[in-house]
Design a protein around this ligand. Sequence first.
Ligand SMILES: Cc1ncc(COP(=O)(O)O)c(C=O)c1O
Length: 469
Amino acid sequence: MRLLKALGKINSERLTSFHMPGHKNGRLIGESLKPFLAYDITEIPGADNLHHSESCIEETKIAVSEYYGSKVSEILVGGSTVGLISAILGATNRGDEILINRNAHQSIYNAVELNGLKPFFIAPEFDDHLSIPIGIDAHRLRSRIEDMSAPKACVLTYPTYEGICYPIEDLIDACHDAGMIVIVDEAHGAHLKLFGGPYKSSLELGADIVIQSFHKTLPAMTQTACIHFSVSNRLSDFQLETILWHLKALQTSSPSYVLMASIDEMLCVMETKGPEYVKWLKSRIESFYKNVSGLGTLKCCNQVNQEISKIIVSIAPEYYDNEKWNCEILAEKLRNDYQIQVEYATKSMCLLMTSIANIDDDFVRLERALGQIDVATGKSVNPLDPQTHIPLGMVYESISDPSVQVFKANEARNMTRIKVPVKECVGKLAGEYVIPYPPGIPVIVPGERITLESLRLIPETMKEIYILR
Ligand SMILES: Cc1ncc(COP(=O)(O)O)c(C=O)c1O
């Protein structure tokens, strides 16, 4: 019996609660939150235990593993964050060398710091027009591995936040050839299995450990996620046990049954009507692209290697105005005038995330809004100046260069810091992380020498920064 059924059964017993939680089956909790509370219970008989699962939670985990085709899967209530940290802490020993794409999520940097690892960074390739990462070059990765003396593990982000599914197999092979464990941050790829089509999960492409956020791309509640160990994983028993130990140590001992039930519910949807919903969504996205193909000033098109659920909207270069008409302003307009919230916007592009839970009316509203905004915009008067605008590819190359890493972040943590105006920080050693959110990627890491190029990544609103004295 899986979670939803087991919780439904406990519910039907209408138990008088002399157990946690303190709301006693929903009393003294406002009406708007009540619907969730039927499942907000604790580890009473019949409800199993996430950290020693034997019955309904165990069966739900097995169902997740069978659906995704892993050897073992663990469900998570602390997001991909806890899965990534546990995977890295368990797969490496203190001080080991680890290879990481420089545009990795902050949780990966935190794990590096916690285990005192020596990071080797690889700069991703960029699309210069949209300023988005589009993948990692296999030659570059191989030559970076050659710089390492005892490479232990590699963490790759796939798909990218923007949905780019670059060819990852060659990278996985190169890491395996060097004897490394491959951990993939697939926070944005939990839906790939359901969607089918050309872009596969890295679990099917040879990765050893794959971490997915269910809540980002599937109909599941925030914080729900999963860590998969692939059938052919190269982990030793000790590494696997250490990862599982970290999951227990880092996650709450009172995991939310609402969240865990949400995972089972999502799985039920994927196993039953999921493929039908995907079919509809794919055809609706295709018709969306047709319906907006006539726009003159706004551009919406599927990018090379981009999986279908993510949509990028940009402004045609001849209409772009760095101050008056960029994609951050477009996102604000969509929110304020049309009540449409995009996932994320930079000056160069707006990222929109769809899922099988979107309905036709959502797309109709988006098409109408884009159509009206498109007509209302005029010609560019202040385009991006290519002379002064440093392409992101160059910026990431400069911050991935080994020469900028003077101290490890965990070493820098114990040094004295002072605050200086951002404009005076070039050439100094960073004393803090700078992590614009979204997307939660550290653009400055403690102990790194701050380059002129890295100033491009610091938010304009940030006026001061900690440096090492
Ligand atoms: C690429 C990437 N990895 C990991 C995470 C962390 O995922 P979660 O929020 O599920 O902990 C995020 C969240 O934004 C992300 O974008």
